[in-house]
Design a protein around this ligand. Structure first.
Ligand code: ADP
Ligand code: MG
Length: 227
């Protein structure tokens, strides 16, 4: 049976500026991400990787075209509805971890669950499980500043998937890490996606990691192209 698309971009347009200074970043980009797959987005700086991920993650609006999450067109929705979908269906990981500095690793992963209405006990249980899954259970009580770069990113990934989203979007999540640590973080991310039936799109400059993903795409002439 063909797996369901969880993220669909159709004829997506994104332009910055006006007139002479108008910059067309995406010009009718099509892309589909299916349950269980991990896709690498490999393209030079400035070609629109972050733009594409932000549109897919409902952090920005396209200037044209459609963004569907779980088969639902998100364009016509109110900001509140988009936020609700983002909270439940989408996990986002940035190059820099963006963890809350005053809170422990465990609390950082509990936070989105508490916002979603889970009890402290349930949120803590799930956070502890995710930390174990990312092989940093022994770091639960540490604050971000007391963690290594690789550990910080693993906590950020655990936080992104805490509410069991359908889609994980990661913008150069290992960009600040040395190759060995990057590979280790990617191992944990991959295991998580495989066991949870998530779908992931990961922007990366690391060709070794990209080679390990299910598919590779790039951005060329404002369109998404298979590599
Ligand atoms: P990448 O992530 O591949 O490096 P980005 O998506 O960040 O690329 O940016 C693509 C292009 O769009 C770049 O040339 C960038 O300068 C431009 N850009 C991104 N955001 C804005 C913005 N808010 N206003 C104007 N230009 C922008
Ligand atoms: Mg970028």
């Amino acid at each position: 049976m063909a797996r369901k698309p969880v993220l669909q971009l159709s004829r997506v347009e994104r332009h910055y500026g006006e007139g002479d200074t108008k910059l067309s970043i995406l010009k009718g980009a099509d892309f589909e991400l299916r349950t269980g797959e991990i896709v690498a987005l490999v393209a030079p700086s400035g070609t629109g990787k972050s733009t594409l991920l932000h549109l897919a993650g409902l952090l920005e609006h396209p200037d044209g075209g459609e963004v569907k999450i779980g088969g639902r067109d998100c364009n016509g929705l109110s900001d509140e509805q988009r936020t609700a979908i983002r909270r439940v269906e989408i996990g986002f990981v940035y190059q820099f971890h963006h963890l809350l500095p005053e809170f422990t690793a465990l609390e950082n992963i509990m936070m989105p669950q508490l916002i979603a209405g889970l009890s402290r006990k349930d949120a803590m249980g799930r956070a502890a499980q995710l930390l174990d899954y990312m092989r940093i259970g022994h770091r639960a009580e540490h604050r971000p500043a007391e963690l290594s770069g690789g550990e910080q990113q693993r906590v950020a990934i655990a936080r992104a998937v805490a509410n069991a989203p359908r889609v994980l979007l990661a913008d150069e999540p290992t960009g600040n890490l040395d190759p060995k640590t990057a590979a280790y973080v990617f191992d944990a991310l991959e295991a998580l996606v495989r066991q949870s039936g998530l779908a992931a799109m990961i922007a990366t400059h690391n060709h070794e990691l990209a080679a390990r993903m299910d598919r590779r795409v790039t951005i060329d002439g404002g369109k998404v192209v298979e590599l």
